[in-house]
Design a protein around this ligand. Structure first.
Ligand SMILES: [Zn+2]
Length: 81
C-alpha cells in the first residue's frame, strides 16, 4: 500500500478542497414563458430556443396535462403584454 512520504499541511488540504465545492448554477430566464432555464439550452417548459420552437412539449403529454400547459403558456403570454 502506498504510504504518504510527507505531511500534508492544513494549507495544502485547504487548497485542494477549495476546488471540491459545488458551484452555483447560473440560470437565465426564458423570454417566452419567463421560467428559469440554463443558458444555451432549450426551455423545458415551452420548448423554445432563440425564438424558435425546437421541441413540441405538448406532444408527449396527456390530454389533461396538455390543457393545463396550454393555459399556463397563454397566461405567461398575457402577462408579457
Ligand atoms: Zn420557456
Amino acid at each position: 500500500m502506498a504510504v504518504p512520504r510527507h505531511k500534508h499541511t492544513r494549507s495544502k488540504v485547504g487548497k485542494t478542497r477549495m476546488h471540491k465545492n459545488i458551484k452555483r448554477v447560473v440560470l437565465g430566464v426564458c423570454p417566452k414563458c419567463k421560467k428559469p432555464v440554463l443558458s444555451h439550452t432549450v426551455c423545458r417548459n415551452c420548448g423554445f430556443y432563440k425564438g424558435q420552437e425546437v421541441i413540441n412539449v405538448l406532444a408527449s403529454l396527456t390530454k389533461k396535462e396538455k390543457k393545463a400547459r396550454e393555459k399556463e403558456i397563454k397566461q405567461a403570454e398575457a402577462q408579457q403584454k
